[in-house]
Design a protein around this ligand. Sequence first.
Ligand SMILES: [Mn+2]
Length: 189
Amino acid sequence: MPYDGDVFYYPNFLSSQDAQFYFTIFKEKVQWEQPTIKLFGKAFLSPRLTAWYGDNQAIYHYSGIKNIPKSWFLELLQLKSLIEKFSYEEFNSVLINWYRNHHDSMGWHADDEKELGINPVIASVSLGETRKFVMRHKYHKKLKVIIPLENGSLLIMKGCTQHHWEHSVPKQSKLCFDRINLTFRKIIP
Ligand SMILES: [Mn+2]
């Protein structure tokens, strides 16, 4: 295979106590929304809860929605700082998703919006139930990599990953509890 992506997985990035702490705090403190998505002229409720936080200038357009950031709060900044020290990267925003049970999901996409720049670094922290994160090659669609994202783990995608790979969190038939995922990003205004 040619070199065409950089993905790093760190299980136990957070201790189970810290993961439990953040999970409880974020459920309560994040201002969750469930936007309506238009697909083929039909309106659907997004199959998960979402929030966008960041510096004032970190405005992010995705799924046809202009997302104005809500202001950081203490625990989000703490987690951002931990990731920045660990990764030697800087972030100015975070997309947060709450997958309430096995019916909640995220469809195929790449994080390739223009405000992320050419080769974005995306740092993804998982809290709660393990869900399968599936990567699929854009041009060799049979080529798939499944990464179960565990409680307290950190996944970093960088380099040219978003040019060649899509990712999703599929619905699953097996019952499960909820999972909160935070993807730290750097928006270039
Ligand atoms: Mn994504």
